[in-house]
Design a protein around this ligand. Structure first.
Ligand code: NAD
Length: 251
């Protein structure tokens, strides 16, 4: 329970990786603020399970983020995790999808961070953890907006790590390979269409083909890495981009 007394905001924590990170931080005693979309009753059940509160700001909207950050107040741990994907050839990529992916995956990370940093600096301690992706280090076709946004999250994280290097606040990326969550399931039909493949071919020949371990990453493994980054022993770990991708980006 080494995070007792610490407050954590985890964006996109109503599902998938963010929920696993929220659970892992809460298990160490952190007071967690959940954020994300979803069914209100299911979210209430998560609040009860984790002893957490919830802020439903839509992170596509910078004004809503500003309101959320004011409502949430000072936090010690910021996990920028909300994200979305769209799979299409660049010439057919819907402009509104490009704009939304950049707004959520990249710009929301800037807006929460700029609001959270002053209190972290004042406290002399803070942890900023950004869920990037293997696609922050390498690319796959038909994911132009996503890959651009995730490469940019890596650059943003390194920049703020340097700015905050002497303040007790660290900033790091966690870069998963394929994790079996609704985000991955949702892109299978479009990948089938874009590549002319069956569902099984997409899973085995496109997704798991990337991961030498031939296993999907588990959300709980990402939660454990986030917990490590919050430890005192990780105080000198900053500006890093941690792969958890079954060896994908080693190739
Ligand atoms: P997910 O779809 O299960 O969860 C996404 C979360 O973001 C949900 O809580 C959702 O409600 C929230 N969200 C979506 N739009 C939002 C909005 N406008 N405002 C506020 N919240 C919003 O997806 P996931 O797989 O858990 O993805 C989480 C993060 O991990 C994303 O940044 C994603 O890019 C990244 N990632 C996922 C994988 C993977 O294989 N699943 C791999 C690498 C990186």
């Amino acid at each position: 329970m080494f995070l007792k007394g610490k407050r954590a905001l985890v964006t996109g924590s109503t599902s998938g990786i963010g929920l696993a990170v929220a659970r892992a931080l809460a298990a160490e005693g952190a007071e967690v603020v959940l954020n994300g979309l979803g069914d209100r009753d299911e979210i209430a059940a998560l609040e009860a399970e984790l002893g957490a509160s919830y802020n439903g700001a839509n992170l596509l909207d910078p004004a809503a983020i500003e309101v959320m950050m004011a409502e949430v107040g000072a936090i010690d741990i910021l996990v920028n995790n909300a994200g979305m994907q769209h799979v299409a050839p660049v010439e057919d990529f819907p402009i509104e999808k490009w704009d939304a992916i950049i707004a959520l995956n990249l710009s929301a990370t800037f807006h929460t961070t700029r609001a959270a940093v002053p209190a972290m600096k004042a406290a002399g301690w803070g942890r900023i953890i950004n869920t990037a992706s293997a696609h922050s280090k390498t690319a796959s076709p038909f994911k132009s907006a996503y890959n651009a946004s995730k490469h940019a999250v890596d650059g943003f994280t390194k920049t703020i790590a340097l700015e905050l290097a002497q303040t007790g606040v660290t900033a790091n990326c966690i870069s998963p390979g394929y994790v079996w969550t609704p985000l991955i399931e949702g892109q299978i039909p479009d990948t089938m269409a874009a590549r002319g493949l069956s569902r099984e071919e997409v899973i085995n020949d496109v997704l798991l083909a990337k991961q030498p371990t031939k296993k999907f990453v588990q959300p709980e493994e990402i939660g454990a890495l986030a917990v490590f980054l919050c430890r005192e022993e990780a105080g000198n770990v900053t500006g890093a981009n941690w792969s958890i991708d079954g060896g994908w980006t080693a190739e």
